[in-house]
Ligand binder design. Structure first.
Ligand code: NZQ
Ligand code: ZN
Length: 388
């Protein structure tokens, strides 16, 4: 097990009818900007409930944060924060709204060119660049990214998706009310299950470092997702199922299962380019890339793939390679069972576009990836070709 620090200050407020907690959670004299997306939070009546719970506090709204939140939209919100003296941000939405709000929080305290903040990659933005951030709270409407309990954000700018990390952007609190997710379209519920699944495999399907407990945490999340995944898609009003979906998503990317173990993230980096170039939903890019990644990288990941086959898919017979083949096949079948296609060609992308994707990986400094930092561009090319 590697050395690690584990720190996560986000208060989680979980369960039914928890919006009333906003009264205690948001300072009484706060000057609040509620951020939201394209309208689902308004249509469902959630925004009205949030504003009612905020009582007589001063509240402004900023809507229109897109899926894959765009830089140009977010800097407009940062201008509102500065002009109106906003001192609290409340994100009501999924990963895009929460990520966008984290960027707004930082950009509104940065005197330079806000696009500078996109240049740090996975390195947390130094405090001498942005030394303070507007406090954030979230009301989660789509369980999948884990953004409600981490410091990460992914911002779309020009033709790329850029990670933005800062120790200052842990939400102060996140309200995780499973009933708020009931209005999710099936495909978004499926996306959330798959994004959570792949966050877990990015921190688990690597190589053994005797992280016995982390492995069991990860296997517990994967087994739970397999057990409830299709029900969460088909039974949106099933509280017990959605409650587990929500909690799996949060714990898959809040630092817990990744503490002290190797982490891959190559599936995500290749997936980000597919979203940026072809507009494919984030989780669907992962459903395309992961099975192919595991096939191409089976020797690097052999020990953990065999453990995955045994503990997650209960594959007990066959040679090592037969067990690995079957585990990868079951992974692909699981994604397909949720209604998500796993072949790049099924999203209208032709093989002749693959060199352009590889070129974008190079432009975005993603030429060496994975837990062993040896996944070069030609291997990325092979993974994409194998995913056609
Ligand atoms: O915009 P609204 O009206 O809210 O509609 C959204 C959007 O159209 C809709 N939706 C969300 N909650 C709903 C709902 N519709 C009905 N009822 C509800 N309760 O769903 C659509 C997708 O929402 P979005 O927030 O874009 O989805 P998701 O939560 O999957 O977030 C995806 C973004 O998160 C980033 C991705 O790159 C992508 O930009 N990620 C963030 C991570 C992080 N911060 O740790 C890690 C992830 O790997 C990921 O990269
Ligand atoms: Zn993800």
């Amino acid at each position: 097990m590697f050395n690690f620090d584990f720190y996560n200050p986000t208060r989680i407020v979980f369960g039914k009818d928890r919006l009333v907690s906003l009264e205690q959670l948001v300072p009484a004299n706060a000057n609040i900007l509620i951020t939201f997306g394209g309208g689902s939070a308004k249509k469902s009546g959630l925004m009205d409930k949030v504003k009612e719970a905020l009582g007589s506090r001063k509240v402004l709204e900023f809507g229109g944060i897109e899926p894959n939140p765009r830089y140009e939209t977010l800097i407009k919100a940062a201008d509102v924060v500065r002009e109106e003296g906003i001192d609290f941000l409340l994100a009501v939405g999924g990963g895009s709204v929460i990520d966008g709000t984290k960027f707004i929080s930082l950009a509104s305290n940065y005197s330079g060119e806000p696009s500078d903040l996109l240049k740090f990659g996975f390195i947390p933005i130094p405090l001498d660049v942005v030394g303070k951030a507007i406090p954030i709270g979230t009301v989660l409407t789509l369980p999948g990214t884990g953004s409600e309990m981490n410091t990460g954000a992914v911002i779309s700018y020009e033709n790329g998706k850029y990670p933005v990390m800062s120790g200052l952007t842990f939400p102060k609190f996140s309200i995780l009310d499973p009933t708020i997710t009931y209005t999710l379209p099936k495909i978004q519920a499926a996306n959330g299950i798959i994004d959570t699944f792949v966050h877990t495999t990015e921190q688990y399907l690597t190589y053994p470092v005797n992280g016995l407990l982390q492995d069991r945490f990860a296997e517990g999340i994967l087994l739970t997702l397999i057990e409830i995944g299709l029900k969460s898609v088909d039974e949106p009003g099933n509280y017990d199922v959605r409650a587990n979906h929500v909690w799996c998503a949060t714990l898959a990317l809040n630092g817990l299962i990744g503490a002290g173990v190797p982490q891959d993230w190559a599936t995500h980096m290749i997936g980000h380019e597919l979203t940026a170039m072809f507009g494919i939903d984030h989780a669907q890019t992962l459903a395309i890339v992961l099975p192919s990644m595991l096939e191409v990288r089976r020797d690097k990941k052999r020990a953990k793939l065999l453990q995955y086959a045994d503990r997650v898919w209960n594959i007990q017979t066959g040679s090592e390679d037969e067990k690995i083949d079957l585990a990868i096949q079951k992974t692909r079948e699981f994604f397909e069972s949720l209604g998500v296609k796993t072949r790049l060609s099924e999203y209208g992308v032709s093989a002749d576009k693959i060199p352009d994707v590889v070129e974008q990986l190079k432009v975005h400094r993603m030429a060496v990836l994975s837990e062993t930092q040896d996944l070069t561009l030609n291997i990325s090319q092979k993974i994409l070709e194998n995913a056609m």
